[in-house]
Design a binder for this molecule. Structure first.
Ligand code: PEP
Length: 249
């Protein structure tokens, strides 16, 4: 059995005060909940407030990106060691907004992934096709290519904590959600590529999350699929009640 991971991606929303307010409301709603792993990934500026607010609770805190060098002249970046020093456990890597607006490539995703795994963080590596690729029938090829490049030169032993998020780009922040059937199909392609790269035993344990306009209204149908091992939630994770409703689906 793969334990589901429900992760919040706050993108560039909330201040430290709003972060504390979120946790004050959210934690009582999920206290005692142990079926799923829960992680909240706020902007870096809110990490200290989030870690403090979540202390002793069943909610982990994650970053939204990580650089591959331990330190250096890389303005605006954060290293794995810096995240760990704050008590951060998870990190999102290769989000489509990073790829689309900040020139993130499969190669830099691979570097960031290696650094996160090396440091003992749980990376949530995002992959997914854009609408034109889906419409051209290229989804499987795109997903396989992204996996091959992102996981290049990473051993199954090193990749033990790896989590993949299937995030069809056309479903992110658009209100369009993949049907459970479509998500399951894409997850199966990713798992089959993971089998090629890491072997069957590893692939059978690999958690593959779905992300793209997950809301309380559609979470139950998606999470009921055996192939879907959790969710990466953007917009609907900003409101404590709505995120708690997704965790409890
Ligand atoms: C995301 O940011 O990873 C995401 C899935 O966003 P949304 O839920 O808003 O589509």
């Amino acid at each position: 059995m793969r334990k589901k991971l429900i992760a919040a991606n706050w993108k560039m929303y909330k201040t430290p005060d709003l972060t504390r307010e979120f946790f004050r409301e959210f934690l009582p709603l999920v206290s005692g909940h142990s079926r799923d792993e829960i992680a909240v990934c706020p902007p870096d500026i809110d990490l200290v407030a989030a870690v403090e607010a979540a202390k002793g609770a069943n909610v982990a805190v994650g970053g939204q990106n990580v650089h591959w060098k331990p330190e250096g002249a890389f303005t605006g970046e954060t290293s794995a060691g810096m995240l760990l020093a704050l008590g951060v456990k998870h990190v999102i890597i290769g989000h489509s907004e990073r790829r689309q607006y900040f020139c993130e490539t499969d190669d830099t995703v691979n570097l960031r992934l290696k650094a996160a795994l090396e440091a003992g963080l749980t990376p949530i590596c995002c992959i997914g096709e854009v609408l034109e690729e889906r419409e051209a029938g290229l989804t499987d090829d795109v997903l396989r290519r992204q996996c091959v490049r992102a996981f290049h030169a990473i051993s199954s032993k090193k990749a033990a904590k790896l989590v993949v998020a299937y995030e069809p780009v056309w479903a992110i922040g658009t209100g369009k959600t993949a049907t459970p059937e479509l998500a399951v199909e894409a997850h199966a392609v990713i798992r089959s590529e993971a089998t090629e790269i890491f072997g069957e035993e590893f692939a059978s344990k690999l958690r593959i999350l779905y992300g793209g306009s997950v809301k309380p209204e559609n979470a139950a149908a998606l999470m009921a699929q055996e192939e879907i091992d959790g969710a990466l939630v953007g917009g609907a994770s900003l409101d404590p009640k709505s995120f708690a409703a997704i965790v409890k689906y």
